[in-house]
Design a protein around this ligand. Sequence first.
Ligand code: COA
Length: 373
Amino acid sequence: MAKVLSGAGLRGQVAGKTALSTVGKSGSGLTYRGYDVKELAEHCDFEEVAYLILKGDLPTQAQLDSYKSELCSMRGLPVALKEVLERIPADAHPMDVLRTGCSMLGNLEGETSFDLQGKVTDRMLACFPSIICYWYRFSHDGVRVEVETDDDSIGAHFLHLLHGKKPNDLHERVMHVSLILYAEHEFNASTFTARVCASTLSDMHSCVTGAIGSLRGPLHGGANEAAMDMIQSFTSADHAEEQMMGKLARKEKIMGFGHAIYSECDPRNEIIKLWSEKLAEDVGDTVLYPVSVRCEEVMWREKKLFCNADFFHASAYNFMGIPTKLFTPIFVMSRLTGWAAHVMEQRADNRIIRPSAEYTGEEIRPVPAISER
Ligand code: COA
């Protein structure tokens, strides 16, 4: 008899091994390959952290320079992919666009051998911002953007394509921080999806396409968009408090709060909250940031629920002029590193993931003749 697991959602079950990250165990609460995310977000560029997660160690300056220029050279999109993107309607969700874009890339530039796993991952890292922005600018502004920019970073490349001009230093730094915070998070739902897919010895594009589908939901990556819709509906901090109390009384779930693993705080929140405050000062905001802070206070006071990484990302992205529906695709641009590293780790010591189920259906019974049903 297989052992029956009691917790719903596999909560608390160890489902495999990883050397990539720890969640809620040491440092500020999140570490990547032994480094505290707080320190990484303070001192590193996203590309350094991607290198760390994918290749095992922080790069030297020479390695970082060459990694960045390699990624820069891979930003272009094949004509056939552009044609597909041009056919996707403007009211499609960008996560669906990215899912299709990733899948199409797998058709055009498939991972024909696992020896190519590093290369296809770098290619996706380099061109996902191009995919999102090419579709967005074509479908919304009727513009075919030139996706091959010389921007120094993935975040700057994304903002450049989106806004048609290079970002300022503050915005580029916030993108580094945001992408670092979202890069890896142990066995979360989308990563686990990628690992299950990898365990069948499937290709990298299939693993990532499946992971994008998992991340899309509002209980996972989609929470930052839902949080934005909510805070935007409040006109002042007092209004936010009144509305939040109503939501809690109606037992509504408030997106951007709570976490499956962290119990007291999400270490990523304090970091992105600081940057959101800086951006609020920069744009002269007097509503969105105070509203967000009040929501945080009310949730802690009433329910002891804390902001997760998504909540202050909403205002931060908004202050940088990023449309709400592009929030979760940015998460993909970053988490792709974690997904791919987990796929590689799974492949290096693989056994097909195939748990058992506790059966709750009918006892065995004979099949009646069709006339007797
Ligand atoms: N708003 C209101 N209540 C919440 C809540 C939230 N965001 N998050 C948890 N709770 C409540 C639950 O309703 C539950 O109450 P109950 O015991 O009276 O039923 C209790 O807190 C325990 O939460 P639970 O849903 O068991 O936690 P979980 O581990 O299953 O789920 C999340 C974790 C993240 C899915 C959950 O907190 C959530 O849905 N948050 C909002 C979505 C979100 O921000 N997701 C991004 C995660 S990074």
